[in-house]
Design a protein around this ligand. Sequence first.
Ligand code: ZN
Length: 87
Amino acid sequence: MSFFDPSLIEEAKHRVDILSYIENATCTKAKKVGKQYFINPCPFCGRRDHFVIRPDERYFKSFSCDHKGDIINFMEQYENLSTADAI
Ligand SMILES: [Zn+2]
């Protein structure tokens, strides 16, 4: 069971701009290709051209090192926060 109201979590995800959050967290300017924004190098494995952010869908995804999710998952995976701290 969650300690947090799921609707508050959804609202938080909608309020945070995942693109600028990840740009700031990684000190990287994303490159726009269609609806996707590439972050190079990948903040997780350091390789190039496979880490994308979809701000319209509010998720990020890596095509080769298998990191993906929403803003809260990014904070957990990149900043090693617990789910509670990320929220
Ligand atoms: Zn990677």
